[in-house]
Design a binder for this molecule. Structure first.
Ligand code: F6P
Length: 527
């Protein structure tokens, strides 16, 4: 059986790591006058500079060899064509079909899924237009002013992140709220500000069985009925994005207001489906289509560019260099863009739920590290919070800096300060401080890796491309590690035990460990 860590390429990479361990990134620039040109690339509105990564030409060549020797070409083709690559859940993985704007059919079980996808897109178009232009009204005949998305995980993070990122394109008369936490404080805070007659609730849940979402949806429904009076009509104020039409209708949602999607769309990959409905409501259907266009363009790049010029493949390989050879445990995501403040949280789920695995696709334990801990927050805030550790701490933390070039009108001075701060940080991480000796407490060692990812402008199209870029990066890493990036059994375990504990709280169950029993006794006293 093929063992990744025994492969010649893997061992050569280990050898290269030992040889280059004392290299200074800045010396690479001195030796390679064209390093910036060579180690940067543009894909439409996105520009990636990875020249400040600790990869020599030899390392990069070997990493590309690693990709060449992996199942990447085959697995990529299988994903796009609807083969069952989510083997533990026995499903294809087809978020790419949701943004397929080409003419080719995509077959699942011998049937082209594109007509269904187009039908749902049309449903999103007509509904979002009706709400935006005031044709769709609540029970009192008033137009909708507030949209509340109730969902969690992938049914929250994608639309939440995108609506915030694209806030400047938002319909001026609509406000958006995202309720995810089962903590009642979350929904209470949102409901307190709303008028039921002008509020639309979207119950976003792939399965329509997630405890947090159902509890929040029922609380919203009760609030609506308590406050909206006799004319109340749940069907006029609650809609759903779900694969479980029957459960949504049992909740009181009208059949025509269930926006369907399919089992082959993973939760964390679902913002391109009906789960993206809040995005279409906020920025309009045209904007939503531009988001899909950007992702589609990135898909085409991912499918066709040679690995050495393939943005997601390069980012994945550099990540593998950090994780498997340089010993990095984490990956920081630092957008220098306030509108992207939810991006680290979104990418955290995308990466950690996908590649947080320790067995390969055959169920055998792996003997190498897989997905990193992904974390971060916006710059320049992060500079005054955690950057100190990144500059002078004992850990090795690769950073992705992300920013958009175009300033908002009237905000040029701020934007200039924002971008120069980011460039200063990326430079400082690599250069360190030249003053002082090693014993100088002020000196920064430098030689700390980062990439800079620039968007020409934060448009729907460029955001779509950015998200698809990270999706494919995570996919490539999963393929090289030979793991299934599309299941989440750990999360399912948590969901199951939460259900069991709440069902058995009165039974003084001996089934749980002594600690859980002791804690349950304390909880029980309050209910
Ligand atoms: O967090 C685990 C998960 O299964 C995600 O993949 C999903 O996005 C989330 O729970 C919510 O599930 P659902 O959309 O079915 O409510």
């Amino acid at each position: 059986m093929f063992q990744l860590t025994r492969s010649v390429t893997w061992q050569a990479l280990q050898g290269l790591q030992a040889q280059t361990a004392n290299d200074r990134i800045r010396d690479y620039f001195a030796a390679e006058p064209e390093r910036f040109e060579k180690m940067s690339l543009r894909v439409d509105g996105l520009f990636l500079d990875y020249s400040k990564q600790p990869v020599s030409e030899a390392v990069l060549a070997k990493l590309i060899e690693l990709a060449n020797h992996s199942a990447l070409v085959q697995r990529r083709a299988q994903m796009f064509s609807g083969d069952i690559i989510n083997v533990t859940e026995d499903r294809p993985v087809l978020h790419t079909a949701l943004r397929n704007l080409g003419d080719d059919p995509v077959m699942v079980d011998g049937q082209d899924v594109m007509p269904e996808i187009q039908r749902t897109r049309e449903q999103i178009r007509s509904f979002s237009e009706a709400v935006r232009n005031g044709e769709w009204t609540g029970y009192s005949g008033e137009r909708i002013k507030d949209v509340v998305n109730i969902g969690i995980g992938g049914s929250d993070l994608g639309p939440n992140m995108a609506c915030r990122a694209l806030l400047k394109y938002r319909h001026p008369e609509l406000s958006f709220h995202f309720v995810s936490n089962v903590d009642g404080a979350h929904i209470q805070k949102v409901l307190n500000r709303l008028n039921p007659a002008t509020t639309l609730f979207i119950v976003s849940t792939k399965t329509f069985s997630t405890q947090e979402t159902l509890l929040n949806a029922h609380t919203a429904r009760r609030w609506f009925l308590d406050n909206a009076g006799p004319e109340a009509d749940v069907g006029a104020h609650f809609i759903a994005a779900s694969t479980n039409k029957a459960a949504a209708m049992a909740f009181g949602i009208r059949e025509e207001n269930v926006f369907e999607f399919w089992a082959w769309v993973g939760g964390r990959y679902s913002m391109w489906s009906s789960i993206g409905l809040p995005i279409a409501l906020s920025i309009g259907f045209q904007g939503f289509m531009e988001l899909l266009e950007g992702a589609y363009a990135m898909d085409q790049h991912f499918l066709s560019a040679p690995f050495a010029e393939n943005m997601p493949v390069l980012m994945a390989l550099i990540g593998i260099w950090h994780i498997n050879f340089q010993g990095a445990e984490t990956q920081a995501i630092v957008p220098y863009d306030q509108a992207l403040h939810q991006l680290p949280a979104f990418l955290q789920q995308l990466d950690m739920e996908s590649n947080g695995k320790s067995v390969d696709i055959f169920g055998h334990p792996v003997d190498y590290k897989t997905g990193p801990i992904v974390w971060g927050q916006t710059g320049s805030n992060g500079q005054h919070a955690f950057f100190q550790l990144l500059h002078q701490g004992t850990r090795y933390v690769p950073i992705d800096f992300i920013a958009s070039l175009k300033p908002e009108p009237g905000m040029e001075e701020h934007h200039f300060a924002l971008l120069t701060n980011m460039l200063a940080q990326a430079n400082a991480f690599m250069e360190g401080s030249q003053t002082g000796s090693r014993l100088d407490p002020y000196s920064c060692p430098g030689n700390r890796p980062s990439s800079v990812l620039l968007l020409d402008e934060l448009t729907p199209k460029n955001l779509g491309a950015l998200i698809a870029l990270y999706e494919h990066k995570v996919f490539v890493q999963g393929v090289i590690w030979n793991i299934n990036s599309f299941d989440q059994w750990g999360v399912e375990l948590g969901k199951r035990i939460a259900g069991e504990i709440s069902e058995r709280i009165d039974a003084h169950s001996q089934d749980f460990d002594a600690s859980t029993q002791g804690l349950l006794a304390l909880v029980r006293g309050h209910f």
